[in-house]
Design a binder for this molecule. Structure first.
Ligand SMILES: [Fe+2]
Ligand SMILES: [Fe+2]
Length: 143
């Protein structure tokens, strides 16, 4: 969400939208896992995962988030295998669905990171122009 706010403030709607939608997806992941834990009569413990990294450089944002998505996919794959070893198909399915979603997030961030590497500030200029066009056409930025 922090990267969403910053990209929105800088006028990069495409990136702001990506970060926003992924953050909402991540919240839904927490919900799915919490529901499953409660179904299994476990206890949900909400803990802060870590401090928000106050990165202002959009290329570094996409680099960090693609790395985080890759790590999440790897961890969920491990946990899916743990579920398989314990004959828990339903939880395994949840982790497999999460792997697919984290890989989709990874792919989106990786594409943006590649675009920023290839085109640099010209790519950011295009995003700014896109916002200006949308603003003049609709009076508001794209969500
Ligand atoms: Fe997630
Ligand atoms: Fe993700």
């Amino acid at each position: 969400m922090y990267f969403h706010f910053l990209c929105d403030d800088m006028g990069y709607d495409l990136l702001a939208g990506l970060f926003k939608r992924a953050a909402i997806d991540e919240m839904m992941h927490v919900e799915k896992l919490a529901q499953r834990i409660l179904f299994l009569k476990g206890e949900v413990k909400m803990k802060v995962g870590g401090n928000v990294q106050q990165i202002k450089d959009v290329s570094k944002m996409s680099e960090l988030t693609s790395k985080m998505e890759q790590e999440s996919a790897q961890e969920y794959n491990v946990w899916a295998n743990v579920c398989a070893a314990n004959a828990d198909s339903a939880t395994k399915q949840i982790f497999e669905d999460l792997v697919a979603e984290e890989e989709r997030h990874y792919d989106q961030y990786d594409t943006e990171h590649d675009n920023l590497k290839k085109f640099g500030t010209r790519y950011l200029a295009l995003l700014s122009i896109e916002r200006s066009k949308n603003l003049s056409a609709t009076g508001r930025p794209v969500e």
